[in-house]
Design a protein around this ligand. Structure first.
Ligand SMILES: [Fe+2]
Ligand SMILES: [Fe+2]
Length: 771
């Protein structure tokens, strides 16, 4: 945007043509990486991001505290500038500023904390530092509360401003034309980096620390005075229920990473410095935009430029000052000022008197030729512009032909014909001023690099290798393909001869939900335990062998739910309880409560000291039988597809959480006790998985929430069809094992491969979206 400074701020001249390159790329990127099943390849993409982030490092010579003070100082100073701007506007103008500020921050505000979403993985879920990161993240998503994430608080703010039309699902936000391109840059890159946690953990922690240091985002200082909202949650540094502040928690994590070595330290600092520079750029851009919008002409110019493309289709025969309106609109796309001048002189506009101007009355009324072309917000912008025009004697050149019906038009202007992805982009000067020029062009390539073929090691050659590579969140396209085939095969086996009574779940789901059934199952487990109380216990050798062979499974406890750490799912109506279960399995950030670590203690009592779970030595440990990796690999695979296999994951989760409660955990406890081993592992599960308030109950509730939302009709997407998928998921914890069942699995895998090769897209035939 070209600007002329005045005493009161900025007089807009001409917003320049939108840049459809890099700006649009960030919008596409944002939408793409919001997908919880997105696959981000390594290779060049990683290099491009590193080329962007690393040069912004402030160097490790100063303390993190100094950087935090710098960020906090900049934030509070900038917040005052936004507040001062609010004082320049009248009530209506300030209301528009608040709305614009909230929308301008929405791409970051709605994902507040999401960059931490994949920093736990099956292979690191017992590492103390990872658990501290998970604890930090859990507070950001409101662990266990639907709609409890910081982003949900931001959504509440947008709803209060009636600006949330495109905020759910998150990917839709990328199409909101009211938000300028620069607002997507930082959040898109942070989300992208979050999908490569092994490559960018340090940078993400540095970025997180910087964002925490900000406190309340500076542009929102405008809104805080005007609106009630959950400001404590929107403030990224605040803590809700006492305890250590998130900034202190993140600082401690960052200090640990800085202490881990020179490279690790450099990357933490780079993440901080790059984020602060990006924030300065983004906030300056938004500030300029808001300041410019104080002039009604600016908003009007922006609106006309946005709508000109659709409008010129319909107005070839309408003349304004002897020139076709379509021609004016065509030029308007590059420079709206001449069109605004001629419009102001036309008889559609009564300068200073919007209430008398046909442009915002007859023309847009229900019987007018431009009905619904403009939204109420648009009409407010036009009216504000008209009211600000200096009153004159009236149209200089009234042109009766200007409002003649367009013979070429057969229907009213459609208006608002879709926002598209190319919004406006102002204040490039501000961005250049902070020196963020490195990697500009390559960054625009990022959406394409997401689809680029990257050399990889191919698919795993056996179950042990699969187990090892699936310890990480990321992987090659070949690995994703392999996982999908494995899940398909496993589920085909699970469905083999799955008739009535072959699964403990009822044949039909009923509206009273699963709680009554759950109680009955618990009673049954208890009765079976009592019935077999006197049965001989297994030998010590058998107990130890069983514990060892279960280790590949138990040491990745909760990994079937790993997909529900995704930001959007973790506080969703279904996913909040699944995140809470995952969070519990990993000990709520406490190593002493971490189930894999508790299990390792038990194994040590048995004289078994296993290599680290994520190491290749673990997967190749000769004491494990190959078959002991079958179910763990299934967990690891299906956990990557929380959307595509939602019904199956929910069914598996019920089976998993209910499996030992009231019965087998107690019996296992007897056997462990008999040989002098700790029973802590089974005791903690028998309580935490309970059917009243524990994991079993939450698992059943999640199923009921899904089922209640479905149409009670036959066919794909209906309750009966989805219920069969839930039942198959339940059965998948312990599928039939005969020759024919395994043959069904083989057929399922091969069918998946043929289909996959043919389509090379996501698994929609199994996918929940296509049920
Ligand atoms: Fe557990
Ligand atoms: Fe559990």
């Amino acid at each position: 945007m070209q600007r002329n400074a005045t005493a009161n701020g900025v007089t807009p001249t001409t917003p320049h043509t939108p840049d459809a390159g890099e700006g649009a790329a960030f919008r596409r990127l944002f939408a793409r990486v919001a997908d919880p099943e997105t696959s981000v390849p390594g290779g060049e993409l990683i290099d491009v991001i590193r080329g962007e982030v690393l040069p912004a490092s402030p160097g490790t010579g100063q303390s993190l505290d100094t950087l935090i003070r710098e960020a906090a100082g900049w934030s509070s100073g900038t917040a005052q500038r936004f507040q001062a701007m609010g004082a320049l506007a009248g009530d209506d103008g300030r209301r528009l500023l608040v709305r614009r500020a909230a929308l301008g921050w929405a791409p970051l505000g709605l994902v507040s904390g999401a960059w931490l979403q994949w920093l736990t993985s099956p292979g690191t879920a017992d590492a103390p530092l990872t658990l501290r990161i998970l604890a930090l993240y859990a507070s950001d998503v409101g662990a266990g509360r639907p709609g409890g994430a910081r982003g949900d608080a931001y959504l509440g703010l947008l709803r209060r401003l009636r600006a949330a039309e495109n905020a759910v699902p998150l990917a839709r936000l990328a199409g909101d034309p009211r938000i300028d391109d620069p607002a997507f840059r930082l959040p898109a890159l942070l989300l992208l980096m979050s999908r490569r946690p092994d490559d960018f953990c340090e940078e993400l922690i540095g970025a997180d620390l910087c964002l925490r240091a900000l406190g309340l985002p500076p542009p929102l200082a405008l809104a805080r005075e005007e609106l009630p909202a959950d400001w404590a949650a929107i403030d990224y540094s605040s803590v809700e229920d006492g305890g250590a502040s998130p900034t202190e928690q993140c600082h401690a994590i960052a200090v640990a990473l800085v202490g881990a070595g020179r490279e690790s330290a450099a990357r933490v600092y780079a993440g901080f410095g790059w984020t602060l520079a990006a924030l300065r750029s983004q906030v300056e851009s938004l500030h300029d935009e808001l300041l410019a919008s104080l002039a009604p002409e600016y908003d009007m110019a922006k609106l006309m430029r946005l709508r000109a493309r659709e409008g010129l289709v319909y107005h070839r025969a309408v003349l304004l000052e002897d020139r076709p309106l379509a021609a004016w609109l065509k030029d308007c796309r590059d420079d709206p000022r001449p069109f605004l001048d001629v419009l102001a002189r036309s008889n559609l506009v009564m300068p200073g008197r919007s209430e008398d101007s046909p442009l915002v009355s007859e023309l847009v009324s229900e019987r007018g030729p431009m009905f619904r072309v403009f939204s109420s917000d648009d009409l407010a912008v036009i009216s504000r512009w008209i009211d600000a025009l200096p009153p004159g004697p009236g149209p200089a050149k009234p042109d009766p032909r200007a409002t003649e019906p367009d013979p070429g038009a057969t229907e009213p202007d459609p208006g608002g014909a879709g926002p598209g992805l190319s919004g406006t982009r102002e204040a490039d000067g501000a961005q250049a001023a902070v020196g963020l020029t490195l990697g500009r062009q390559p960054l625009a390539m990022l959406p394409d690099l997401l689809d680029a073929a990257v050399p990889s090691g191919g698919a795993p050659k056996d179950l042990r290798e699969a187990y090892h590579v699936l310890m990480a969140r990321t992987g090659s396209p070949e690995l994703r393909d392999w996982c999908l085939r494995y899940v398909r095969g496993w589920l085909a086996r699970s469905r083999y001869r799955m008739g009535s009574g072959s699964v403990p779940l009822p044949d039909e789901w009923r509206t009273e939900g699963l709680r009554p059934w759950l109680q009955a199952q618990h009673d049954r487990h208890g009765a079976e335990f009592e019935e077999h109380a006197d049965a001989p216990l297994p030998s010590r050798e058998a107990v130890v062998d069983d514990a060892v062979q279960m280790a590949p499974l138990t040491l990745i406890d909760g990994s079937w739910l790993q997909g529900f750490t995704d930001y959007e799912l973790a506080s969703s109506q279904i996913g909040h309880s699944l995140f809470a279960i995952y969070w519990d399995e990993l000990g709520n950030g406490e190593p002493t409560l971490n189930h894999p670590l508790i299990y390792r203690e038990l194994l040590k009592e048995m004289g078994v000291d296993l290599p680290p779970t994520a190491s290749p030595e673990f997967a190749n440990w000769p004491g494990f039988r190959d078959a002991s990796f079958e179910l763990p690999v299934y967990w690891l695979c299906i956990g990557r597809f929380p959307r595509s296999y939602l019904p199956e994951v929910l069914g598996l989760n019920v089976a998993m959480e209910l499996s030992g409660v009231g019965g087998s955990y107690r019996r296992s406890g007897m056997a462990l006790r008999k040989y002098g081993f700790s029973t802590r592992f089974v005791d903690i599960h028998n309580t935490i998985d309970n059917v009243a308030m524990g994991h079993s109950a939450w698992a059943a509730d999640a199923v009921d929430t899904l089922m209640s939302s479905l149409p009670d009709s036959p066919g794909p997407g209906g309750r009966s069809h989805v219920w069969e998928r839930v039942r198959a998921g339940y059965r998948s914890l312990s599928p039939p094992d005969g020759f024919m069942a395994r043959w069904a699995a083989r057929r399922g895998r091969l069918a998946g491969r043929r289909w996959w090769r043919a389509k090379a897209v996501t698994p929609t035939t199994e996918g929940y979206a296509g049920v």
